[in-house]
Design a protein around this ligand. Structure first.
Ligand code: 4AD
Ligand code: MG
Length: 474
């Protein structure tokens, strides 16, 4: 359908051709002399209106109720100019075949159903306008991501999902346990956990074949190893956080894009983050016009103008110390009190980008070292690190990045200060022993990018199967 309707003049160039459409019935309107079928194949937002007279082959399936909302069908007909205001072309049906009928219990009958309800029907929600559009824009953002980095000479690296190291040092990890087939054990269950035990208690943290292992929170440390060999690299893969937060911007499983630049400092890092964001935003505006119009009308009024500004205007850069000053001077009352050294809460982040800077992305840099991860490079003042967070309206923190500590003694001292084990980071320290270079990188939460680019309020609606505390159905 995208192929036909995306052609010159909305498909009018193909009038007269015999075409086949395969898709799912969105609606069916039976009138006395003619039946209208709206068919969607997911290639675009638009349906193909199929117009059927009673002499069409297979028309009896309308009468018998086989052609109903949700059914999959195969329709052959002639493309004609449409009288309707909604579309330029429609299909005059010669033949229709029901491929798979749909039970009357099909839950997405009504034109509008709430997104809360659709989360309980995650297997069927891609058949709605909103979720179809989100899936296509998400796909376009992924494509543009690879395109941007490939065009700029970055090499894509696969970082591991199972790992023994905790990149962020925050202990927000899921551990991995081993399941072995039931045939080894007398049990009815298809699989059964055989955990290690310690003092009679199950020791889940020792169960990756006898070693501790976790799901990765970030591929950064692994990316650094390749950046100190191949220069500029990036990862794009799933990451996991065992934080029990029920918010509209946190998931337990999310995708992260993590570029790592060698021979680079924090300025190079912020420049790369800015160019990347502007590139992908421009890409969806240019390539997802119909879906973006849909979001502009139904999800967030004005999103197209907002994104055009992002793609064209300079971003604000603000040292953390100035950001704190700005927040302390703000007339607005915040729920969380602030002083130098505090981490910014989402209310502060949103105030800065939405109110203080009128919707412009803001890059805050040089955070206090105490609130940032061990690997960030210490600044000369001894109390801040070369870190940066990019804040955007509605979402808050979209990107977190830093220049990495490339000096062995500084890094070892920091690990000691934080009581992190130098032994377990031995290979990471090796990178500073053998040909260390200044390097920097960042991580962008892909679902937050989808939120930003579509206006969708809840992060649970930006990924096909959201994983949040207590929710892993589907
Ligand atoms: O700020 P974070 O924790 O930074 C890192 O993991 C670094 N190792 C990245 C790097 O420098 N290579 O996470 C980076 C981004 C955040 O800015 C946010 O967009 C996203 O990942 N993020 C989440 N997205 C969804 N759900 C969560 N629970 C998230 N936690 C972080
Ligand atoms: Mg962060």
């Amino acid at each position: 359908i995208a192929d036909i309707k995306g052609g010159p003049d909305g498909g009018l160039d193909r009038v007269g051709q015999t075409l086949v459409v395969m898709g799912w019935v969105r609606t069916l309107r039976v009138q006395s002399s003619v039946t209208f079928l709206e068919v969607n194949d997911g290639s675009c937002l638009s349906n193909m209106q199929c117009v059927m007279n009673s002499d069409a082959e297979g028309y009896d399936q309308v009468e018998s109720g086989l052609i109903a909302t949700g059914a999959s069908i195969w329709v052959q007909g002639t493309l004609v100019a449409s009288q309707g205001a909604k579309q330029k072309v429609e299909l005059k049906v010669d033949k229709v075949v029901v491929v798979g009928q749909s039970d009357p219990s099909y839950p997405i009958q009504k034109k509008r159903v709430s997104r809360e309800f659709l989360r309980t029907k995650a297997h069927l929600r891609p058949r709605t306008n909103t979720f179809g559009a989100v899936a296509r824009v998400r796909n376009a953002l992924a494509y543009a991501t690879h395109k941007f980095f490939q065009e700029n000479g970055f090499v894509w690296i696969s970082s591991p999902i199972i790992t023994a190291s905790d990149c962020e040092g925050a202990g927000e990890q899921f551990c991995v346990t081993t399941l072995i087939p039931s045939s080894r054990e007398a049990t009815d269950s298809p699989v059964r956990a055989i955990p290690n035990t310690k003092d009679g208690l199950i020791d889940w943290s020792q169960d990756f074949f006898g070693k501790p292992a976790f799901l990765t929170v970030s591929g950064q440390l692994n990316a650094e190893t390749y950046a100190t060999a191949l220069s500029d690299v990036y990862t794009f893969g799933p990451t996991f956080r065992a934080e029990n937060s029920n918010t509209t911007r946190h998931l337990a499983e999310f995708w992260m894009i993590e570029p790592e630049l060698a021979f680079a400092d924090l300025n190079d890092d912020t420049a790369c983050a800015t160019a990347y964001l502007q590139y992908v935003v421009r890409h969806v505006l240019d390539n997802c016009k119909e879906d973006m119009e849909f979001f502009n009308t139904w999800i967030e009024k004005g999103i197209i103008d907002r994104l055009n500004d992002v793609a064209e205007k300079d971003f604000v850069q603000l040292p953390y110390t100035d950001a704190i000053e700005l927040l302390l001077k703000a007339k607005k009352k915040f729920e969380f009190p602030l002083k130098w050294g505090c981490d910014l809460q989402s209310e502060h982040e949103r105030y800065i980008t939405e109110e203080a800077f009128n919707g412009c992305p803001v890059i805050i840099r040089d955070y206090p070292k105490e609130i940032k991860a061990f690997y960030m490079r210490q600044n000369d003042d001894g109390r801040t690190v070369a870190a940066m967070d990019m804040l955007v309206p509605r979402v808050g923190e979209l990107i977190g990045g830093s220049q990495r500590e490339e000096r062995l003694e500084y890094l070892e001292n920091r690990l000691d200060e934080l009581k992190l084990s130098k032994e377990s980071y031995w290979w990471y320290l090796d990178l500073r022993r053998y040909g260390s270079v200044p390097h920097a990188g960042f991580g962008l939460g892909f679902e937050r990018l989808v939120q930003f680019a579509t206006g969708i309020e809840n992060i649970r609606d930006t990924i096909p199967f959201p994983r949040t505390p207590g929710s892993a159905e589907f």
